[in-house]
Design a protein around this ligand. Sequence first.
Ligand code: HPA
Length: 278
Amino acid sequence: MSRQYEKLEKCYGYYRSLTDFKPEAGLILGSGLGGYAGNMKVEMEIPYGDIPGFPVSTVQGHDGRFILGYIGNVPAVVMKGRVHYYEGYAMEDVVLPVRLMKKMGIKVLFLTNAAGGINRNFQVGDFMMITDQISSFVPSPLIGENVSELGDRFPDMTHIYDEELQNLIEETAEEEKIPLQKGVYLQTTGPNFESPAEIRMYSVLGADAVGMSTACEAVAARHAGVRICGISCISNMASGISEEELSHLDVQSVADKRAGEFERLVTKSIEKIGEHIG
Ligand code: HPA
């Protein structure tokens, strides 16, 4: 058994000592979506700090806990707060929560984040459904001994964002009359925002939005055979695209303002996904 799997088994053992709840969907909340539990029938909350060996976030606005309950009729586990690579954790620890959710039973992972807009057709406050990603600027979370209990050494990433889930999200956005952009998400290590030259480079490489999370989680989840979808809230235009200087507070405040509609889109999408995939 790999060392990382042993660690995972310890976390999972603790989880099972508390509950036999088996979520089908996982949802990771990005900046600004902290109030999401109001959309759920909550069964139980587990602070990350209670779980032995679990990485605990240090970022303001990222309160760390799992929320177990129902989104509509869908049994779900929600991560309120995530850990970021820039906090100093090894990549394999950054994705430990995703792997734990897989062990809990999730089939589908819904990723959300706040991101900087690179595509000039985007506006602050837009939602972007993630169609693909560039994770080449951060280390792969799969480096090291393969966790063979979860997946293959060389997992395919061709369909990293599940096409059927994308279609269901698009249908939901249309029904809810919520405009939805689409694009490629690029992950940087952070914690600094990018320079204008970096953003020009990312644009040439095909990125539509940039952020400091998500892509590594998607790689780990795909490795473990979880179906993935994701939406970014464009909280600012990226460096050099807008003349304004960037701050975490501004990111947070735009994400907060858009939280109501974002939550509606995510909730309705998960309900629809629950109806379509059993
Ligand atoms: N860059 C990186 N991460 C971000 C940004 C950005 O402009 N906005 C929100 N998260």
